[in-house]
Structure formats: structure tokens, C-alpha cells
Design a protein around this ligand. Structure first.
Ligand SMILES: Nc1ncnc2c1ncn2[C@@H]1O[C@H](COP(=O)(O)OP(=O)(O)O)[C@@H](O)[C@H]1O
Ligand SMILES: [Mg+2]
Length: 407
């Protein structure tokens, strides 16, 4: 089993997936834009070979380079995999050219283009926000007039809530138009007020074999708007509660509508106060911000390896007892510059003990990250508990009591 794996260095969970592939017996051929010397140690350890290419966005030149490289090794790839959002189309292009199974370019587009996605889902009768694609200022204004406030204006192929605007007035609309200059195409949408959840799946031949539902506190756009917030993502233990049933049904319908076959997907959906559920988006890849690790902590399994087994061998053998709710609390330091002090951690460790399962904060002395450019902020704490109220209580205490000071 020879697997071409695009982008083995980032996001930061990619080395774990390389490990997963090697663990189930695949030879893993890494392809990325960084020099080999900059690969994370785990990727370097588990890769059979690595090729640096000039431009991973360019399918044609990447295909040529990979074909020539593997040719010298007498290797014909069995799979082409990519779990990094920006390069899933390149992977699809290589897959077609090499004749490997998996999503084609045409089948991948609805996972990347939010308007194409909604069109497919609308045709399948799935409730999405009312929407219009706009390629100019005039089209944005026309769409806004037709749909009415409140609205969302966002790139058709965005990520991490970048260039995404909530619009409630003509002044907001001007602001959104100014903020999306340079974005080729935007989606103008009905604003859906409600709670926001994920629906993440491991899928095998079109059948969901494992799913995870996480609760965003607060919604991602709100978290990206206020720096002082410590955003939380909580993987829920009780995914079968009636409150979530609409989201689960919708997630299943989306997998069927898009014909997704094997691997990870990451969906987002909204639940309105009146109970109506509305679809947000789907990625043909796992969620970021170490949410895959949350699944592992929730069920005590290794989803990196189980993903690889599905993709390579078409088997899913894991037991996934849902033992815990798992909260990740992302921390943003106060002040600019370098981390100078961490306050409150000792107390939280004392009070929560073994419920804290992962501390991944920037160390004192490290420069702060740009909070708008990273989903993991200046680091995070992961904690877990069988009881949801206890989990939320601990997460809120981490949010308010743990302080990173920078100067
Ligand atoms: N139609 C909508 N109604 C309400 N909120 C929205 C809507 N579209 C996007 N948002 C908010 O913006 C965030 C980012 O939008 P999303 O479509 O998930 O793009 P991405 O995560 O790729 O940047 C969402 O998580 C949600 O909080
Ligand atoms: Mg999103």
C-alpha cells in the first residue's frame, strides 16, 4: 500500500495521520512545500520519502513532479490523501491522474466552495441558510436587498471565519464590502441565530462508522471578533440526546447527498431557539484545532490510526465507548510581545487534577501568536469529565482564571 500524503507538516495534527498510515502498514510518500529539514519529527520518522514541490496549489505541476519522483522509485500510488483544507483539490487532481480511488475534482468542489455545497444540499432537501453568490460590489448589494438583514457576508472558499462579517445595517454592509475587497467571490447569506455544533464523521464506503458532536462556546465568529474571549470547543459525551437528533439526521443526509465514501468529514450546523436545525458547512477532512485529539480523549481510541485503516484497508475495528465530555479551552495572552507570566495554572491543576489531560500553552519567553491567524491561540488546556455540567464548570474556570501575560 503506497500512499501519497500531501502537506505532512501542517496543520499540527498532520504528523499524527502520517503515523496512523505507517501504523497500519502503508508506505507514506510525503509531498509539501517546506524543505525536508523543516518537517516535524513525527512525520520525518514515519515517512518513507518526501518531495518538496514549488506550489502545492498547482495540481498540474505537482502531479508532474510526484509522478517523476515516484517513477524513479518504481512506485505507483494506491491512494492520494490530504487532510489540509487548502490542498484537497490538488489531492483530487492527483487522484484522478494516478487513477486512485477517492473523491474526484468534481466531487471535491462542493466541499470547498460554499455556494456549490449549498446548491447540492438544497437539491437534496437539506435546510441551508438562504444565500446568493456575489462577485462584485453591485452583486453583494443586490443579494443583500433580496435577502434582507441580518446577513452574513463571507468568502465562498474561506476558513477559520476569516473575512466573515455579520451585517445588520447599511453601515455594516459597507464595512463588509470594504473587508472583502480582494476576495474573489463571496457568499451572502441569511444570518442564522442559534447554538453552533460540529458533526464529525469517520465514514467507510458511504456509511458513518463513528461520529462526534462538539459544541462551540461561543460561536466561532463571535470568538474571532473579541480577543478577550477564551473560546471553548466541547466534544459531547451524550451525542444521542434529543437536542442533537436533528443535527445527526442532517449529517447523515449530507454524507449521502455528497456521495462521500471514505475518511474524515467535519460538518458544522446551527440549532435555533425554536429547535429548527440549519446546515453550516462541510469539509472533506477532519476538524482542526486538535479536535481529533478530543475524539480520542472522549472515547479512548486512536482515531488517527482508525482513519488510516479505513482509507487503506476499508476496515473499522475500533471500540468507541463514549466515556467523557472533552473541553478544549484556547487562551489568548493579555498584551503584545512575549509571554512573561502564566497565572492561575497551579490552582487549576490542584482543583482539577487528573481531569486535565493536556496542557499545551506557549512557554514563558515565547512570542505570542497572531490571534487572528491561529485557531489554537497562545495555547490550550484540554480537560475531560463524564458529567457535562462539571466539564463546563471546569472549562469556564480555565477561561476566567488562567491568564497569560505578555509584554
Ligand atoms: N449563515 C450564517 N448564519 C450565522 N452565522 C454564520 C453563517 N455563516 C457563517 N456564520 C458564522 O461564521 C463562522 C464561519 O463561517 P463558516 O461558514 O463556518 O466558514 P469557515 O469556518 O470556513 O471560515 C461560522 O462558524 C458561524 O459562526
Ligand atoms: Mg466553519
Amino acid at each position: 500500500m503506497d500512499v501519497v500524503f500531501l502537506c505532512p507538516s501542517f496543520p499540527s495534527e498532520m504528523p499524527e495521520f502520517v503515523r496512523g498510515l505507517a501504523t497500519v502498514g502503508a508506505r507514506v510518500w510525503g509531498v509539501g512545500s517546506e524543505p525536508a529539514g523543516q518537517l516535524p519529527a513525527m512525520s520525518r520518522h514515519h515517512l518513507t520519502g518526501y518531495l518538496q514541490v514549488r506550489n502545492l496549489f498547482d495540481g498540474e505541476s505537482t502531479f508532474g513532479a510526484v509522478r517523476d519522483w515516484l517513477g524513479t522509485q518504481h512506485v505507483e500510488p494506491d491512494r492520494v490523501e490530504c487532510l489540509a483544507e487548502y490542498f484537497v483539490l490538488t489531492a483530487a487532481f492527483l487522484r484522478e491522474r494516478f487513477g486512485c480511488p477517492g473523491l474526484t475534482v468534481e466531487e471535491t468542489v462542493p466541499f470547498r466552495d460554499k455556494v456549490a455545497m449549498k446548491r447540492k444540499l438544497d437539491a437534496a432537501g437539506i435546510r441551508t441558510p438562504r444565500h446568493a453568490r456575489a462577485g462584485s460590489v453591485a452583486e453583494i448589494r443586490l443579494a443583500a436587498e433580496r435577502l434582507g438583514f441580518p446577513l452574513i457576508v463571507k468568502p465562498v472558499a474561506g476558513a477559520g471565519s476569516a473575512h466573515t462579517f455579520r451585517v445588520e445595517s447599511a453601515a455594516d454592509l459597507d464595512h463588509a464590502i470594504a473587508g472583502t475587497v480582494g476576495v474573489a467571490e463571496v457568499s451572502v447569506e441569511e444570518f442564522i441565530d442559534g447554538e453552533e455544533f460540529t458533526f464529525d464523521t469517520l465514514t467507510l464506503d458511504g456509511k458513518i462508522v463513528y461520529h462526534n458532536i462538539a459544541w462551540y462556546r461561543p460561536r466561532p465568529l463571535v470568538a474571532r471578533t473579541h480577543e478577550w474571549i477564551s473560546p471553548q470547543v466541547i466534544a459531547l459525551r451524550d451525542v444521542d440526546q434529543p437536542l442533537l437528533a436533528g443535527g445527526t439526521a442532517m449529517g447523515n443526509a449530507v454524507i449521502s447527498a455528497l456521495g462521500f465514501q471514505r475518511g474524515f468529514t467535519h460538518m458544522e450546523w446551527y440549532r435555533k431557539a425554536d429547535g429548527e436545525v440549519v446546515f453550516g458547512e462541510i469539509g472533506g477532512r477532519p476538524p482542526g484545532a486538535r479536535q481529533v485529539d478530543q475524539m480520542n480523549y472522549a472515547c479512548d481510541f486512536d482515531s488517527f490510526v482508525e482513519w488510516a485503516r479505513i482509507v487503506c484497508w476499508g476496515r473499522f475495528e475500533a471500540e468507541t465507548p463514549r466515556l467523557y465530555n472533552v473541553a478544549t479551552v484556547f487562551k489568548r495572552a493579555e498584551g503584545a510581545g512575549r509571554i512573561r507570566a502564566v497565572h492561575g495554572l497551579e490552582r487549576l491543576r490542584h482543583d482539577f487534577g487528573r481531569h486535565i489531560v493536556w496542557e499545551n500553552l506557549l512557554p514563558v519567553g515565547a512570542p505570542r501568536r497572531d490571534w487572528l491567524q491561529t485557531l489554537i491561540s497562545d495555547g490550550f488546556i484540554v480537560l475531560r469529565h463524564p458529567d457535562l455540567a462539571a466539564t463546563v464548570h471546569m472549562a469556564d474556570r480555565v477561561g476566567s482564571e488562567l491568564r497569560l501575560l505578555a509584554s
